[in-house]
Design a protein around this ligand. Structure first.
Ligand code: C2E
Ligand code: CA
Ligand code: CA
Length: 514
């Protein structure tokens, strides 16, 4: 039997082997630990930079949000007064109308839209200059703001218009309007000058106007129109009367649109008799709207057509119809000239002459038998371009008459150099003639002046024999008025032509005057 025995050298070798193994293991562990440490350091760093990136991102997001808020604020703030602007008013109005409970009872709160219109501001700009005018607007804005409760909005609505949006009963509205009025009554000091502003105030409440932004605006617009007509400092609140006027206007707008679409507005013709020649007459075409058995006056419907943007379409239709109807009368020699009214806005439209020429060609109406009537104000407001257009019209053979002469501001001298063929003395001057000798003298002077520069004179609004005799004696070339006939339809002109041609000529008038 063998007995195992360990020699001393074997023991040492074993111990060495253990030590080496332990050392290797320690080293491996240390390496692993080092690696782990490195990795966690790396991770720590990655985490740190992620956190930094996140913080940067958050800052950028908040900067963008701030910038967006600033832009939104700016887009709703008036730069000059720092008050909310038109966009802000409309937004708040929309929100208030939606969220506020608008009860029916008299004392229930409602939403009010108030307009404050500064009038004749051009005059103030003339005194203060543009910069001074801006300072005044700013000061007005400050006074309006301080006259309004903090919970309500005071805003600049447009150049010379401020707006308030209030919530509450009529008593609160009246108190606010009162404070605003008092604030604006006091003079302003701008650049060492004392300035008093002229203004009109109007308010509309949602109970009567309706809880829709457009209805509120239409209501306050018609209220401010009424208020401004009543002079400075006037305050109007939208009521049943204005409400009915607005409804009438809306009905009229609808009916007018339909009438224009169906060509129901037609030219009628008023005779103009010659002082020295009874072989022919002239005619002025005047727009007529026969509806429901009545004739609506052009003074009523033409401004509405203009506001609706239908003016041009309507005028071209009237012009073409008048030319077509009057052409055979001109060709027969019974009618000398056909007069047609042109609004200042039409005359200064760049393609006006071209379009008119096209209409003349289409209808075959001879241009040298056409007179266009314009008013003096176009010559004052836009003299250079108006003159250019007039020269172009003249080059086509068309004649030009200045309408309502004697009522505007231009002097006779300002007409020299313009291609004018006739002036039409306004009917107010003709009426005055019988009551005031100076009117007759003025007409006499006008006729002499017109003769000197080869311009003929038409007197309008002749209603009595006396006026006709006087005007003929003073030398007016043509007479127009109810004495000879009102505007009539094309059919009536044809049937009444012999009678119209029978009006006395100059020789007879001179004999009567003598
Ligand atoms: P207007 O050009 O001064 O036309 C003369 C106006 O005086 C016409 O009123 C005519 O009916 C009226 N009238 C004529 N004789 C007398 C008279 O003896 N006594 C009185 N009290 N009035 C007389 P109407 O037809 O109501 O026209 C008003 C204005 O509407 C015209 O004033 C003219 O500016 C404008 N208008 C009329 N038709 C047209 C048109 O087709 N186009 C343009 N652009 N304007 C037109
Ligand atoms: Ca006229
Ligand atoms: Ca006239």
């Amino acid at each position: 039997m063998t007995v195992a025995s360990h020699k001393p050298q074997d023991k040492d070798a074993l111990a060495n082997a253990f030590r080496r193994k332990a050392a290797r293991e320690r080293e491996a562990r240390q390496t692993a630990e080092r690696l782990l440490e490195d990795k966690s350091l790396e991770l720590f760093k990655v985490n740190e930079s992620l956190l930094a990136a996140q913080a940067r991102l958050e800052q950028t997001v908040s900067e963008i949000a701030n910038e967006r808020d600033r832009v939104v604020r700016m887009s709703k703030t008036d730069f000059l007064t720092q008050l909310p602007n038109r966009a802000a008013v409309l937004e708040k109005l929309r929100q208030d109308l939606k969220t506020h409970d608008q009860g029916d009872h008299e004392f229930d709160p409602e939403t009010w839209l108030v307009l404050i219109l500064l009038q004749r501001f051009k005059r103030i700009n003339g005194v203060l200059g543009q910069i001074g005018g801006d300072r005044l607007i700013k000061a007005v804005g400050e006074r309006i703001r301080s006259a309004t409760d903090d919970t309500d909005m005071a805003a600049r609505f447009s150049g010379t218009e401020f707006a308030l949006i209030l919530s509450g009963g009529k008593a609160k509205l009246k108190a606010t309007l009162d404070r605003v009025s008092r604030a604006l009554e006091k003079p302003f000091m701008v650049d060492g000058k004392e300035i008093t502003v002229e203004y009109a105030l109007a308010a509309a409440g949602s109970k009567l106007a309706g809880s829709d932004v457009d209805q509120m605006r239409a209501a306050v617009d018609s209220t401010i129109s009424r208020s401004r007509r009543c002079g400075s400092g006037n305050v109007e609140i939208y009521d049943e009367t204005i409400c009915n006027e607005l409804r009438e206007r809306e009905d009229m707008e609808r009916a007018l649109k339909d009438a224009i679409g169906r060509d129901e507005i037609v030219p009628w013709f008023q005779p103009i008799v010659m002082s020295r020649d009874s072989r022919s007459i002239c005619l002025e075409a005047l727009a007529r709207w026969p509806t429901g058995g009545v004739l609506v006056s052009p003074d009523k419907f033409l401004p509405i057509a203009r506001d609706l943007g239908l003016w041009e379409e309507l005028n071209e239709h009237l012009f073409a119809t008048a030319c077509t109807q009057a052409k055979p009368w001109v060709e027969s020699g019974h009618v000398g000239d056909l007069s047609f009214n042109i609004s200042p806005a039409q005359l200064v439209r760049s393609n006006f002459v071209m379009r008119l020429q096209a209409l003349l060609e289409r209808t075959g109406f001879p241009p040298d038998h056409l007179i266009l009537e314009i008013t003096e104000n176009v010559l004052i407001e836009n003299p250079t371009f108006a003159a250019e257009q007039m020269h172009d019209l003249h080059a086509l053979g068309i004649k030009i008459a200045v309408d309502d002469f004697g009522t505007g501001y231009s002097n006779l001298g300002s007409l020299i150099g313009l291609p004018i063929d006739a002036v039409k003395i306004d009917r107010s001057l003709v009426w005055e003639m019988e009551h005031d000798n100076r009117a007759a003298m003025l007409i006499g002077t006008l006729v002499q002046w017109a003769r000197a520069i080869n311009v003929s004179v038409v007197a309008e609004g002749v209603e009595t024999e006396t006026q006709a005799l006087l005007l003929r004696a003073l030398g007016c070339d043509r007479l127009q008025g109810y004495l000879f006939g009102r505007a009539m339809s094309a059919k009536n002109i044809e049937t009444r032509m012999p009678e119209l041609l029978s009006f006395v000529g100059a020789e007879n008038a001179a004999a009567i005057v003598a």
